[in-house]
Design a binder for this molecule. Structure first.
Ligand code: HH2
Length: 261
């Protein structure tokens, strides 16, 4: 199973070093994640946390493009964006994957940019928008509905000219889901794996871990993150998106060694 390291490029409110420092810090962090064993680096300039406000186009471009340039020679780079123009610029700067949490439903140009450039594309499930998604999410059967959505959006991607071999699917842990929804999706991940498209899982430090672990703060969710990654691996996931690359890589190595002895 592969590991995607998270590189967030957001301004540091405690730093007075300005843009240059933000970029330098993000590039240094990405290099550290690559040294720790990340197979891929996911660079994002807009938070998708529950309640997060959108970032204007120019600001997002300013944040991410220099960091993609700085890291694309270090490891394969994924651009975490919902904007086609940011995706286009990031691909120009070396990104080989587009991680669009709207699953191509946000920007009408996104599918074309991905098809024209031949990049890999992540299709992720989200109910609602980041601003509203955690307001009482409801499903009849969460696994059926997520699977159906992913199948439909994979079809949309293919119809737009994105090759099926370029697609990844992702259940969107935390994107319009209660704790129970997230747990059920992880438990039934093998159903998504059987769709025949590689599965990416992003559970790192997410809220459900804190809630199940008796209120653990975000800074104290490494154990739960590793547990979720190993369950995802056992169910057949192909990649996990994490902050703590060194620790997760070590856990995967041990679990793999035990499995293959
Ligand atoms: N989760 C976040 C962002 N992008 N992309 C995919 N494919 N899957 C995910 O689960 C996923 C994602 C969460 O983002 P955010 O809340 O902004 O925090 P962070 O980037 O630190 O994880």
């Amino acid at each position: 199973m592969k590991v995607m390291g998270i590189v967030n490029v957001t301004p540091d409110s405690f730093s007075d070093g300005g843009e240059y420092l933000d970029h330098e810090r993000a590039i240094e962090h990405g290099m550290e994640l690559a040294r720790a064993g990340a197979d891929m680096l996911d660079i994002g300039g807009e938070s998708t946390r529950p309640g997060a406000e959108p970032v204007p186009l120019e600001e997002e471009l300013r944040r991410v493009v220099p960091v993609v340039e700085g890291l694309s020679g270090v490891a394969p780079v994924s651009i975490d964006t919902t904007k086609a123009e940011v995706a286009r610029a990031a691909i120009g700067a070396g990104a080989v994957m587009v991680n669009d949490v709207t699953a191509l439903r946000g920007d009408p140009e996104m599918a074309r940019v991905c098809a024209d450039t031949g990049v890999e594309v992540v299709i992720m499930h989200m109910l609602g928008t980041p601003r509203t998604m955690q307001d009482d999410p409801r499903y009849g059967n969460v696994v059926d509905e997520v699977q159906e959505f992913l199948a439909v959006q994979a079809g949309v991607a293919e119809a737009a000219g994105i090759a099926r071999e370029k697609l990844w699917i992702d259940p969107g842990i935390g994107f319009g889901k209660t704790v129970e929804h997230n747990l059920k999706l992880l438990k039934s991940l093998d159903r998504l794996v059987r769709m025949g498209i590689p599965v990416l899982v992003g559970a790192s430090r997410k809220g459900f871990i804190g809630k199940v672990a008796g209120g653990a703060p975000e800074s104290d969710r490494l154990g739960g993150t590793i547990a979720a990654c190993l369950v995802a691996m056992a169910k057949g996931a192909s990649m996990v998106r994490v902050h703590d690359v060194a620790e997760v890589v070590q856990a995967i190595r041990i679990a793999s060694a035990i499995e293959s002895v």
